[in-house]
Ligand binder design. Structure first.
Ligand code: ADP
Length: 441
């Protein structure tokens, strides 16, 4: 009896020992799962179906694992989206840690400073040689936050040409501990600054151009009032000058208004098929008397183009383009010279050429003649009644008609200005062909 009690107690101890051992093994396996979970790995415990405390603990670990995995997936997707957004920005974005090492650069920054994945964790001073950028980073890091300044960055292109770009730089501290670092955003304002400069130059030039004829008018008027009224010869001479200067002022104001209309994009030009040959022929005829009175020959010729061939455009715009070019050709061609106006059909465009045998334009001045108020010879242009705006208007008008204008010239031999204008699509051309016939009817 006593023996059997001992045996039973022995069994009980052995069972308890086994049970304790098994429970310990299960708890160790759960502890291992929890450690893997803490490491960010997905876990699935084998004891999740068990009853009691171990089963409950397992299910809690599995549920936590599912939530962690889901959160991580969402985080990755958010990060990917953020990366796409940052890479799509036109601004360059650089993140730099407190030791001056690059921690992030978006696609624009990569392009601008030739950075790549290997640049991450390298020192900014090694990666970006531009002292002003280095200074912006250092200042922003030292201040532990806000920085604002304008930075000009010079780049060499593949042909070795220098390009300067101007950036507005904004530095701010990254959220987190004080040592996290800063983010520098560079916003390209090159075009804005260029436009501001152009506007300033335009205002300065326009004021000067307006002042010149006004000063003349005032001087002649004062002289007349002082003593000139008594002398009939002086009267006529001075009033003629006043009239010329008033005409010049009038032309200048008309040209400035044309440019202002073109700049505002509120030109109101029509876009419809317009037969070119009859129109240009008419413009040439309207200049014939003036050209011939100056002893010039003026001719109009067509090459492989019919009277019905059309451009998409506005008659007033076309008139201003061709008038300005013929006017210049007459102005800058000395007596005995020749002005030739031609229309030619090319595949999908019509070319209008205005050439002369005049004074020509020096090669290095050619790219500038389309700038506002630019004149090769200021005195000569003024004397001939030029405003310095004609070619600028021609350029803007051709662009408004989706075309372009080019110039070739040889000093002392003459110049050729060629305007290229697109032809209407096939369906629209039918309307153009029908129009002249309808007009005759
Ligand atoms: P402007 O009113 O002075 O003629 P434009 O803008 O029409 O102004 O032309 C700019 C400058 O380009 C002129 O001042 C002149 O120096 C030069 N230019 C334009 N057309 C000709 C041409 N056909 N022959 C020679 N020079 C020209």
């Amino acid at each position: 009896m006593y023996e059997s009690a001992l045996i039973a107690a022995g069994f009980a101890f052995a069972w308890l020992g086994l049970h304790w051992y098994r429970r310990r093994a299960l708890l160790l396996s759960l502890a291992e799962s929890a450690a893997r979970l803490a490491d960010g790995q997905q876990v699935r415990t084998s004891t999740r179906r068990m009853d009691g405390a171990i089963g409950e603990l397992s299910r809690a670990i599995d549920a936590a694992s599912r939530r962690v995995v889901e959160r991580e997936r969402r985080l990755h997707s958010d990060l990917r989206q953020m990366r796409v957004v940052l890479d799509g920005m036109a601004d360059a974005v650089l993140a730099v840690d407190s030791r001056g090492r690059l921690t992030f650069a978006n696609a624009t920054a990569n392009r601008l400073f030739a950075l790549d994945a290997h640049s991450i964790q390298r020192l900014i001073v090694e990666l970006i040689r531009e002292p002003k950028i280095q200074n912006a980073v250092a200042t922003s890091l030292a201040a532990g936050g806000p920085y604002r300044g304008e930075i000009a960055v010079t780049n060499l292109d593949t042909l070795g040409r220098v390009h300067e770009r101007v950036f507005e730089a904004h530095g701010s501290s990254l959220p987190g501990e004080a040592t996290t670092g800063i983010v520098l955003v560079l916003h390209d304002v090159t075009e804005l600054r260029r436009l501001e400069r152009t506007r300033r130059d335009f205002v300065a030039n326009a004021s000067h151009e307006l002042k010149t004829p006004l000063s003349s008018i005032k001087a002649y008027t004062e002289t007349l009032l002082d003593w000139g009224l008594e002398d009939p010869d002086v009267n006529v001479r001075f009033l003629t000058r006043i009239n010329e200067q008033a005409d010049r002022l009038h032309q200048l104001i008309l040209d400035m208004l044309s440019l202002a209309r073109l700049d505002s994009g509120d030109s109101g030009w029509e876009r419809r098929p317009l037969a070119v040959v009859p129109a240009v022929e008419g413009y040439v005829e309207s200049h014939r008397a003036r050209a011939e009175s100056k002893g010039l020959t003026i001719v109009f010729r067509t090459t492989s183009i019919s009277r019905a061939d059309a451009i998409m455009g506005d008659e007033e715009a076309l008139r201003q383009i061709v008038d300005n070019l013929i006017d210049n050709a007459i102005k800058y061609t000395p007596e005995g010279g020749r002005v030739e106006v031609g229309c030619r059909l090319a595949a999908d465009e019509i070319r209008i050429e205005v050439s002369d045998t005049g004074i020509g334009i020096p090669r290095d001045e050619l790219p500038r003649v389309f700038e506002r108020f630019y004149r090769v010879d200021k005195a000569r242009s003024r004397e001939l009644g030029g405003t310095g705006l004609g070619l600028s208007i021609v350029k803007h008008l051709t662009q408004a008609l989706e075309g372009r204008v080019e110039v070739e010239s040889r000093l002392g031999r003459g110049s050729t200005f060629t305007v290229y204008l697109p032809r209407p699509a096939v369906a629209e051309a039918g309307v153009a062909a029908a129009r002249p016939a309808a007009a005759h009817a």
